[in-house]
Design a protein around this ligand. Structure first.
Ligand code: NAD
Ligand code: UGA
Length: 461
């Protein structure tokens, strides 16, 4: 059979939480385009080629299966994929720098720069290079300088097309995004690249949801979107602390303020604190940029969003300790949920990591339970010298436990048989609901001492 010819070829460098799902959706929606996803990690590529995908994301396997082998390919041959593509999306990781100037705040751009150099080396024709990774504002300028300092006469047009998907709902977010943002230069080649990218997304996204801007606005908008979302969580979490002192109830307060259409009801769930690979890193990145431009008041303002988040998780552990008579040494504590949020196996920056480490410092016996994140939990806690138990089954985990600490809002935790769990536990039995997902009154009636976030505790003593 003659090999299928495609209208266009796209390559994505970086087959992670963003590259994999984003490209799978582009391939599924654009059968006339060949999409190749490459990575330096052969294990990841092999997993994308199997039915055991490297990340857990509801609905993802179906989308991948729809296109894989037809117009969606995974490969470790990065040079070949660069050469054949007209558009290259780069979605490699951009973690916080851990060394040198800007350590602990600035973005570590080494993976991005390495990719840019590979692109220059392997390319034989003009290309559009798309920043899919989240990058500091004005990165495109630096990248363009590296890319266009080639002696082959090749032109690289750098565009910013930040990704706004949230883990756990990535497929849904990609299929019907609130907006797709495309930032390009307003030059002839920049505007041509803008048109190409708009046409790509127009395969399935309504034109009013595809917005365009200059490159710097697009780069900055991504950092600001995450900063605003995280700020809402820190705002409501800060109010949860005053609720606990005054007998106001955080759910009632969030509902009341969220009814104001100017405020809105989303992202007002008080919690043990936000986690995830991006909120903290992107705010730190914003803080670093503000400091770089001499805007120290602005830097401090955003840094406080992170401070409140650290405060919230510290407060959660302190509440546990105080409630359990100021000692949890040798007590069996179950961390119910280790993923940074429900419907993902991702544990990057999960508040559960901090809670676990603090509870271990108090010499408690820790049991970690999670439906999807135990493999990652083992990696996160590999350095801990203390013995930690990993138990997927919440009932087995609860056997002989003194306390349960809910750290992830998995739906299945709402409907566990808590009467049975109570009967399995040591008494007095405690539940610390770091996600406010349980029926606190019912748990109290079963016999538990219940400590929600931002609400009056229900205790039998
Ligand atoms: P990830 O760590 O899951 O994936 C990055 C991949 O890039 C890895 O598989 C790594 O092996 C690969 N890689 C690194 N250097 C490479 C190179 N030189 N050549 C080829 N492959 C290379 O990261 P992620 O969560 O997908 O995030 C990627 C970017 O997207 C980050 O900038 C992040 O801030 C941003 N982002 C992430 C999310 C999210 O939900 N995770 C959402 C929006 C934006
Ligand atoms: C977030 C953004 O929502 C995405 O738009 C963005 O693309 C992504 O970061 C990114 O750049 O990586 P994500 O981190 O996957 O997505 O998940 P969120 O739903 O935003 O949750 C982040 C954290 O906040 C989780 O720990 C979650 O449990 C917590 N959260 C969320 C709360 O504590 N309260 C809330 O009301 C909402």
């Amino acid at each position: 059979m003659k090999p299928k010819t495609f209208k266009k070829q796209i390559t994505c460098i970086g087959a992670g939480y963003v590259g994999g799902p984003t490209m799978a959706v582009i391939a599924a929606k654009c059968p006339d385009i060949k999409v190749t996803v490459v990575d330096i990690n052969p294990g990841r590529i092999a997993a994308w080629e199997s039915d055991n995908l490297p990340i857990y994301e509801p609905g993802l396997l179906d989308v991948v299966k729809k296109a894989r082998g037809k117009n969606l390919f995974f490969s470790t041959d990065i040079d070949a994929a660069i050469r054949s593509a007209e558009i290259i999306f780069v979605s490699v990781n951009t973690p916080t720098k851990t060394f040198g100037d800007g350590a602990g705040k600035a973005a570590d751009l080494q993976y991005w720069e390495k990719t840019a150099r590979s692109i220059v080396k392997a390319s034989k024709s003009d290309k559009i290079i798309v920043e899919k990774s989240t990058l500091p504002v004005r990165t495109a300028h630096a990248m363009e300088r590296i890319l266009n300092a080639n002696s082959k006469g090749i032109h690289f047009e750098v565009a910013s097309n930040p990704e706004f998907l949230a883990e756990g709902s990535a497929v849904k977010d990609l299929l019907s995004p609130d907006r797709v943002l495309i930032g390009t230069q307003e030059t002839k080649t920049g505007l041509a690249a803008r048109k190409t990218l708009v046409n790509l997304y127009a395969h399935w996204v309504n034109s009013e949801n595809i917005i365009t801007s200059n490159v710097w606005s697009a780069e900055l908008s991504k950092l600001v979107a995450n900063a605003f979302l995280a700020q809402r969580i820190s705002s409501i979490n800060s109010i949860s602390a005053i609720c606990e002192k005054t007998e106001a109830d955080i759910s009632e307060v969030a509902f009341a303020i969220g009814k104001d259409s100017r405020i809105g009801s989303k992202f007002l769930c008080a919690s043990v604190g936000f986690g995830g690979s991006c909120f903290k890193k992107d705010i730190l990145n914003l803080v670093y940029l503000c400091e770089h431009y001499g805007l120290s008041e602005v830097a401090q303002y955003w840094e406080n969003v992170i401070r409140i988040n650290d405060y919230q998780v510290t407060r959660f552990v302190r509440t546990m300790l105080q409630a359990m008579f100021n000692t949890i040494a040798k007590k069996r504590i179950v961390i119910l949920g280790f993923a940074f949020k429900a419907n993902t196996g991702d544990t990057r920056e999960s508040p559960a990591i901090y809670v676990t480490k603090k509870v271990l410092e108090e010499q408690a016996h820790v049991v970690i339970s999670d439906p999807k994140a135990l493999a990652n939990a083992k990696i996160d806690l590999a350095d801990c010298r203390e013995k930690i138990e990993y138990e997927k089954d919440p009932y087995a985990a609860a056997k002989g436990a003194h306390a349960l600490a809910v750290c992830t809002e998995w739906d299945e935790y709402r409907t566990l048989d808590y009467k049975k769990i109570f009967s399995l536990m040591e008494k007095p039995a405690f539940i610390f609901d770091g996600r406010n997902i349980l029926d606190h009154r019912r748990l109290f009636e079963i016999g538990f001492n219940v400590f929600p976030v931002g609400k009056r505790p229900l205790t039998h003593y």
